[in-house]
Write a protein that binds this ligand. Sequence first.
Ligand code: GSH
Length: 209
Amino acid sequence: MLKVWGRKNSINVQKVLWCCDELGVAFERVDAGGAFGVVDDPAYRDLNPNGVVPTIEDGGFVLWESNTIVRYLAARYGAGGLWPDDPVTRADGDRWMDWQQTVLLAPMTTIFWGLIRTPPESRDMAKIAAAAKKAHEAFAMLDKALTGRAFVTGDRFTMGDIPVGAMAFRWLNLDVEDAPRPSLPALEAWYARLLERPAYRTWVAQPMT
Ligand SMILES: N[C@@H](CCC(=O)N[C@@H](CS)C(=O)NCC(=O)O)C(=O)O
């Protein structure tokens, strides 16, 4: 059975668990990272030398990097579904997966760590507000791409929805007083569609800790 190492409150682990659930792939999950430790154990470092989560093991094949894992699972277990057959559709989704890492991740990490993992008295609210403004600009780009579309690559849910969908939950549920979120109708409609998916509700739309 597929094995997944990673704590449930990690966004990168959430992407993998959500993806497995969408694909109907059974998995065994092992808590690792954060308070669970494990990631510095030599046996874990042999699997993932970065000492981060998630890591998967599938039939003897070990893989890390959350978006790569989502691509692998989609290709292996969701050909023609989460993994679109058409190269253009696939690249369209793939681009938003890379964009989640290269554009969204930095501001969203500042917001999430600032508001969820830092006690109120230690928060740098100016830094959090500056990051929120960058995140708002980024999500406005996704809103534009989603206009006239049900999902990131068109009328069907694909792997391209997963990394940005996981991050959109945080963005839409973390309020920064000095940087209010703009109204983004296409993005909000897409988020409502994600919330209709049981796997999204189970693994992503959960209290942030
Ligand atoms: N680029 C990696 C980043 C993985 C990463 O930074 N994971 C964080 C959790 S979101 C982690 O393992 N932090 C250390 C820990 O939890 O102990 C990926 O996408 O998988």
